[in-house]
Structures are given as structure tokens and as C-alpha cells.
Design a protein around this ligand. Structure first.
Ligand code: NAG
Ligand code: NAG
Ligand code: ZN
Length: 482
């Protein structure tokens, strides 16, 4: 199915944003405990997942996207409370300054090959974000030019779109593929599909011409390019086409898919695909009653859906583990926080008590409170060493590009999530008989709550993430693919 994205839809963008009026705010507090009640209220939008960053002067900053009513509610609620303050994001920018969405099809129905930034001269710019129809066209062009294999996935989206993924680098034997990347799960997180597609294009172009790649101040040799391709790359660049089509035509900062089964108007439309995976999906059963790792309310941005993997997009995402049984490293590309996150996302990690784990019902209704000793999620010590080294090297590469800073940390941070793609990937080894061990990660490129980057930021994000994907893959290869 094709989406029509006419010029009229693009003009609508600015007025629709004003109508919904989500204001990026920073909430400051002297300790992370101060944020707990705010974070547990599932009517607020904390971006991809709630993350509190230290401010450098002993305090913490939590980012959110709030309506004026919500700002007023919080101001009243915390008026006299010990140091909580809510400030509008000073770098909030005019909608007109965000990078344009491409019009038409720059890849001419799969006949014009995308060219990434790693194979172009320094300072080159990609002029627009791919529209929802350009994404499959660009991948089709990679198939035509370089022999990437593009294939349709089994489940159609709620709006009837056929989903696709692709693989390249390790020949026809699907058991030789060990790296899995996905993007475009949260519709508004613009640029993720582009980063992935331009990176694959760079790898293939460099392989073909026997050269290396350059991302800002970071360079990679032709041997490294070949090593990454030989590891076998599977990619699913547009997990949420219905949501992306809607976001690109409305400019409404849309996050979820467009399923209307649980609600047919406004924010009640859609399921958060990244809370729909079969990992402690029924959070009320598994988590401390005070935690809100997802939401059962259709109007929430973190609505978990009606059953584990109820959504076609989730089912298609999971089908990749069956099609490629030896995947070992999975990276889900999100924004916007400037973080690289590793397992687990439901509670603090611990390496000593194997029986304290997500499958043990003894710990039901106790999970998700960070900083306590009642429950911490088990991870074998060697696995923790492995994933930390990959995460740390990924952010080191992203910083070395020269644009900005990133941080690496456990995905639970201060607040738990349930049903997320990264935890699901890692949990399969224990929960699904015969499943390979998959290390799951989430990358959050971009500045806090800045889902619509400027053109300069969009290009910097491509450089940063592509260097990150290189070191992610190279470190993974070093740790082991089998
Ligand atoms: C959550 O926030 C909303 C405002 O968005 C407010 O009306 C509601 O009372 C809050 N819920 C709780 C439990 O504090
Ligand atoms: C686009 O390309 C496909 C093959 O990749 C072809 O089947 C289809 O007819 C083309 N569509 C148009 C409008 O040219
Ligand atoms: Zn996200």
C-alpha cells in the first residue's frame, strides 16, 4: 500500500503542531526520587522512555512533552515541594526549522541508489528525511545495485501496508546472519530509517570500490567494512509505516501505530509497539503496583495493546528471529536522548542470584523499583561484560565523530519498562525453548525530546549513528557472533 503525502499535507504540519501544543519541558529536581510520582503518571509523555540526566551540579533533569494544562497541573502540584521546577526547553525551535520530509520519490521506484555520508566528501548534506514511500524505494535500489535481498514480512499493518525487511553480506544461508537492526518503531523519531539505509549503502559502496568510510573524525578501513558485512546484517528499517505516514502528514509528534481497536479518536488511537513485546507484557502481574512500566489506557503514549504481540508490527519484528535463527546482536534505533542502552530494562541488573529472574513467579508484583534490594534482574556476569563493552564502544565512536557527547547505561536507568523490543530479544534465550541468545540494545540518537531534528542535526545524527553502528558491529564481532 502506498501513502499519499501531497504538498497539502506538508503545509498542514505547522498548524497541527500548534493545535496539539506539546511543549518540550525540563523538570529539575534535587534527586531522582523526586521524579518517581511524576514518572508513574501515565498521562505524561516522556519521549521514548523516561530518563533522568544529571545536570552536573548535583541535580537531575527529566525531559517531557507536556500540554499547557499538564504544565499547570504540575506547577500547582509541586508549587511548594522541595526544589522541583518545570522549565520550558530553551532550545525549542520553530517547526519551520525542522528538516523537510522528501517529496516525490528521490529513489525513483528503486532505480536511484541512496548514497550515504560515509562515502561522500566531508560537509556533504542529505537534503531531506525520507518520506514513507521513499524508504522501501531506497531499499529496493540497494537490492538492485548491490544484491541486498528485500523480502515481505508475513503480517499486514492495521492500515493494510505490507511490511518488508532485508538482509545482506553473508550469502543465501540465513543461519549465517548475526546482526539485526530495526528503526522507525516510534513514528515521530525522525531519521532512524534514513540512518540505517544510508549506512548499509555506505558499507556496500565501500566494499564495491575497495575503500573505507569516514564519519566526521572517525574513519574505518576497507577490512573493517568487509568484516561487518561478513557478519551478516538483517535490517527492518520501517517498523511502523502506518504511524510514520500519519506523523509525516500531520506533524503531530505521533508515536504509536494507528490501530483503532481500542480507541478511534485523538490520542486513544494506536498501540505503543515498544510496550507490546512478550516480555512481562502483563505488567500488573509482574511489577510493583507503584510502577508504570507501560499503560493499560489506550490514550496513553505507552499503551501496551490488547495482548502480547497483538500488533502486526510486533509479530513481524519477532518473525525475524525464526527466519534468521542465529541472530546474536540486536539494535533498535530510537530517539531522542543521546544514549546507548543495554539490558535489562525492568529492574537493576545483578549477577549473583540466578533464581531471581523474570520467569520466577515468587517475585511477581515486586519488580521495577530501582535502587532497592527486593528484586534485581539476573544477568550472567559474562553477558554483562559483553554488552557493556559493546555499548561503551558504540558511544565512544559516536563521540569521536566530533559532534557531541553520548552516554552508555543500563536501559532501566531509574524507571522500568515492560514489553520493549530490547528486553524481549534478550529474554528469548530463557523464555523460548531452543532460542539463540540475542543481546538487545536501544540507541537513542538526538537531543532530548527533539524528535524533529533540524537539517543540520539530521545530518549530524547520520554521521554519529553510522559510526556507532560500525563500532557496535566491530565490537560485537570481537566478542563473538556465535
Ligand atoms: C496525572 O496527571 C494528570 C494531568 O495530566 C492529572 O489530572 C492526574 O490527576 C494525575 N494522576 C495522578 C494519579 O496523580
Ligand atoms: C516499481 O518497481 C516495481 C519492481 O521493483 C514494479 O513492479 C512496479 O511496476 C514499479 N512501479 C512503477 C509505478 O513504475
Ligand atoms: Zn522510541
Amino acid at each position: 500500500m502506498k501513502y499519499s503525502l501531497g504538498a497539502a499535507a506538508l503545509i498542514l504540519q505547522s498548524s497541527v503542531v500548534l493545535a496539539r501544543s506539546l511543549v518540550p519541558v525540563h523538570i529539575f529536581a534535587p534527586s531522582v526520587d523526586h521524579f518517581r510520582d511524576i514518572v508513574r503518571n501515565d498521562t505524561f509523555d516522556f519521549g521514548c522512555r523516561p530518563i533522568a540526566h544529571p545536570t552536573g551540579d548535583g541535580a537531575y533533569r527529566l525531559h517531557a512533552l507536556l500540554t499547557e494544562d499538564q504544565i499547570e497541573h504540575l506547577n500547582n502540584e509541586y508549587k511548594s515541594t522541595d526544589g522541583i521546577s518545570i522549565r520550558r526547553d530553551p532550545v525549542r525551535r520553530a517547526v519551520a526549522a525542522t528538516a523537510p520530509i522528501g517529496t516525490g520519490d528521490r529513489f525513483k521506484n528503486g532505480t536511484v541508489t541512496p548514497v550515504g555520508l560515509g562515502t561522500q566528501s566531508s560537509g556533504s548534506k542529505i537534503p531531506a528525511i525520507m518520506n514513507v514511500n521513499e524508504i522501501p524505494s531506497a531499499v529496493q535500489a540497494l537490492a538492485r545495485t548491490y544484491g541486498v535481498t528485500k523480502f515481505d514480512l508475513p503480517y499486514k499493518t492495521f492500515k493494510g501496508a505490507t511490511q518488508f525487511a532485508a538482509y545482506v553480506g553473508a550469502g543465501a544461508d540465513k543461519s549465517k546472519y548475526h546482526l539485526y537492526f530495526s528503526a522507525g518503531m516510534h513514528a515521530r523519531e525522525r531519521g532512524g530509517p534514513d540512518q540505517l539505509i544510508y549506512w548499509i549503502s555506505d558499507l556496500l559502496s565501500a566494499q564495491k570500490s575497495g575503500t573505507g568510510l569516514t564519519y566526521g573524525r572517525k574513519t574505518y578501513s576497507n577490512e573493517q567494512v568487509n568484516a561487518v558485512l561478513n557478519a551478516g546484517i538483517v535490517f527492518f528499517p520501517l517498523v511502523n509505516p502506518d504511524g510514520v505516514a500519519y506523523d509525516q502528514s500531520s506533524g503531530s509528534l505521533w508515536r504509536k501505530n494507528r490501530n483503532t481497536k481500542s480507541g478511534s479518536s485523538g490520542n486513544s488511537v494506536g498501540v505503543d509497539i515498544n510496550r507490546n513485546f512478550d516480555f512481562m507484557w502483563d505488567f500488573k502481574k509482574y511489577f510493583d503496583p507503584g510502577e508504570a512500566p507501560a499503560s493499560s489506557s489506550p490514550s496513553s503514549e505507552t499503551f501496551k495493546g490488547t495482548a502480547p504481540a497483538s500488533e502486526s508490527e510486533t509479530k513481524n519484528h519477532v518473525s525475524m528471529y525464526d527466519s534468521f535463527p542465529n541472530l546474536r546482536w540486536f539494535l533498535d534505533i530510537h530517539s531522542a536522548a543521546g544514549d546507548m542502552l543495554y539490558s535489562w530494562g525492568d529492574d537493576d541488573d545483578q549477577t549473583t542470584t540466578a533464581t531471581m529472574n523474570f520467569m520466577n513467579s515468587k517475585y511477581d508484583r515486586q519488580r521495577g523499583v530501582t535502587g532497592d534490594t527486593v528484586y534485581k534482574e539476573y544477568i550472567p556476569a559474562q553477558d554483562l561484560t559483553n554488552i557493556r563493552s559493546v555499548s561503551d564502544n558504540t558511544v565512544a565512536a559516536m563521540k569521536a565523530v566530533g559532534g557531541r557527547s553520548y552516554s552508555s547505561g543500563q536501559s532501566v536507568g531509574l524507571y522500568p519498562t515492560s514489553g520493549a523490543s530490547d528486553d524481549y530479544a534478550f529474554s528469548r534465550f530463557w523464555a523460548v525453548p531452543g532460542a539463540n541468545k540475542v543481546y538487545g540494545f536501544t540507541m537513542e540518537f538526538g537531543y532530548s525530546t527533539n524528535f524533529y531534528p533540524t537539517l543540520t542535526e539530521f545530518n549530524q545524527n547520520i554521521l554519529d549513528t553510522n559510526a556507532g553502528f560500525m563500532d557496535f558491529s566491530l565490537t560485537a564481532i570481537g566478542v563473538g557472533l556465535e
